[in-house]
Write a protein that binds this ligand. Sequence first.
Ligand SMILES: NC(=O)c1ccc[n+]([C@@H]2O[C@H](COP(=O)([O-])OP(=O)(O)OC[C@H]3O[C@@H](n4cnc5c(N)ncnc54)[C@H](OP(=O)(O)O)[C@@H]3O)[C@@H](O)[C@H]2O)c1
Length: 335
Amino acid sequence: MKKIMVLGGSGFVGSQLCEKLARQGWLVTVPTRRRTNASHLLHLPGLTVLEFDVHNEVALTAALPGHDAVVNLVAILHGTQAAFDKTHVALPEKIARAALASGVAHVVQISALGAQDEQPSSPSSMYLRSKSRGEAALMRSAPATRDAGFSLTILRPSVIFGAEDKFLNLFARLQQIAPFVPLAGADALFQPVWVQDVALAVVRCLAQSRSPGGQQPPLVLELCGPEVYTLKQLVQLAGQLSGVRQGRGRPVFGLPDWLAWPQAALMELLPGEPLMSRDNLASMRTPNVAGGKLPGLALLGITPAALPPLAAVYLTQNQPHQGMQGLRQRASRRP
Ligand SMILES: NC(=O)c1ccc[n+]([C@@H]2O[C@H](COP(=O)([O-])OP(=O)(O)OC[C@H]3O[C@@H](n4cnc5c(N)ncnc54)[C@H](OP(=O)(O)O)[C@@H]3O)[C@@H](O)[C@H]2O)c1
């Protein structure tokens, strides 16, 4: 029986991954900043929740011995340069050191599509730049020695969709209340990938665990769905599939740059997670689609799921204000 630590296991992707690992008989450890954040995982067989700050290297190093592998899903979408550096660069560095000290055989890092295009001097987003530097930090550590290094897998997903996503759900909810959507970055390209495909990819990478010792070069995969969409098309789909205006959705207008940037700056000032930040806008300048030079889900024997049929189900179910319309749609889908 293998034992794995999943950093960020309480989150959107992590919850699906923990479910799959636990059901397959893995022993899973999930560190969390607050135990309540992981309470929805406590029923899973063989899963242990540990409350500590993953940024505390002493605590991380103390918790890791005895684990065969570690998966890192911890990330932020918004924040200062210091916050991005701490979460996306310093944490992978700490994971690498702790993994080497504990004899962990395999590290799986969930990065992001587009990270590879970023150079340290690139003017683009803090998010992608820091993701790139986190990858580089792990790559530097992976082949530490032929006998004592860990093997490294880096997975770069496009935007991830699924019942609990904060992407299509958010745009669907927005269209419940707004008469139209003024959209920054409307032409940005995405190749959305299903959360279950991402979780399965991690499980397959772990199952195909390569021999310990760091002899192999890091395996880097791009995780993408079968279709490319513009952001505008995705927002329109979110409105249509969730049944807004009898399935027509709201009108969506692309904003010119001179309006998009101030809008994003304004959103950053609102309380809570911003719907769009200036750094998000900057990251969307890098097309979020497969580059074609790296292997993808096919290498793991996974056929990526298409977005519309899956999103139609959860977006309808997740909209509380659908009333009779939603009820009818749900009833018509029942077998
Ligand atoms: N979602 C997407 O569309 C998407 C697209 C491309 C790449 N990715 C990558 O996929 C991975 C998983 O994404 P996700 O959407 O599942 O992430 P998520 O749900 O937003 O967060 C995962 C977990 O990270 C922990 N966390 C968040 N901020 C933290 C901080 N500042 N310090 C310490 N822990 C923190 C939280 O755990 P606790 O609250 O339990 O501490 C959270 O449950 C990330 O690396 C992300 O960059 C995601």
